[in-house]
Design a protein around this ligand. Structure first.
Ligand SMILES: C[S@@+](CC[C@H](N)C(=O)[O-])C[C@H]1O[C@@H](n2cnc3c(N)ncnc32)[C@H](O)[C@@H]1O
Length: 237
């Protein structure tokens, strides 16, 4: 077995869900210790908005102004990303999230009840989610570490099949800084932080074409945070 294979076998879905069930159902809770730093979410959301604007300009036929018709927030938590970003760039946003106390927050939010931007909320893990609509934007952030490699690949294949003609999948995740270039297992929330190489191999395997990738810049270096990278992915054709 290659050095970087098999780390994902340690992922235990029940342990992950138990961990997240014990986290406060707030936007700060979604970012674990980083939630204590309000600047983190501000930089993160602003970076996502600029990255998406650049990606839309790379897609032939994609509008560069105005809102997309439908996006989905994958591993949405309590909707931090939908509230601060996706709900501003898309007319409608669905959400997939396995922890019921988080989806209750989404269901009760003004974005769902009053503004009607949040539409379907699926209380389930991404490994079980079968998209049944077409999406202009599938946004997957800070949650793929809970899926094994095979589950991740199959999820991406299902998302690929659910894209509109100008649709795009964006993955935004922490990257491993393991000195020997291996994925890192974290027993705290039973998740794996993958290397850039591993992500790219899985995107290939899922039949996706990488059209843009950037590091999220702007986090102060003094905090020694894991690098965060965006990947914009489209159908191969
Ligand atoms: C670090 S939080 C990120 C939440 C949100 N994406 C954000 O950036 O604010 C990780 C989220 O992944 C969710 N999660 C755990 N296991 C999952 C799974 N199998 N499928 C989808 N999401 C999962 C957790 O419940 C939690 O809401």
């Amino acid at each position: 077995m290659a050095a970087n294979e098999g780390v994902d076998a340690q992922i235990n879905t029940a342990a992950s869900i138990e961990y997240w069930n014990n986290v406060p159902a707030t936007a700060n809770g979604m970012l674990a210790m980083l939630g204590a730093y309000p600047w983190y979410t501000r930089i993160d959301l602003r970076g996502s908005r600029s990255f998406l604007a650049r990606v839309r300009r790379l897609i032939p036929g994609c509008t560069t102004e105005g809102r997309l018709a439908r996006a989905v927030d994958c591993g949405a938590g309590v909707g931090r990303v939908t509230e601060g970003f996706l709900g501003l760039v898309s007319e409608a946003v669905d959400a997939v999230e396995p922890v019921a106390k988080f989806t209750q927050v989404l269901q009760a939010s003004a974005l769902k009840r009053e503004q009607k931007i949040i539409q379907d909320v699926y209380t389930m893990g991404l490994e079980d989610w079968q998209p049944d609509k077409a999406y202009d934007l599938v946004w997957i952030q800070f949650c793929l570490g809970h899926l094994k490699d095979q589950q991740l690949c199959e999820l991406l294949q299902r998302c690929r099949a659910a894209l509109t003609a100008t649709g795009v999948i964006v993955v935004k995740e922490n990257l491993s800084t393991h000195p020997q270039g291996q994925d890192m297992y974290d027993e705290l929330d039973s998740s794996v932080t993958r290397t850039d190489d591993k992500f790219r191999a899985l995107f290939d395997q899922a039949g996706l074409r990488l059209i843009a990738s950037e590091l999220q810049l702007g986090f102060p270096k003094t905090f020694k945070l894991l690098p965060v990278r965006f990947y914009a992915l489209r159908k191969i054709n």
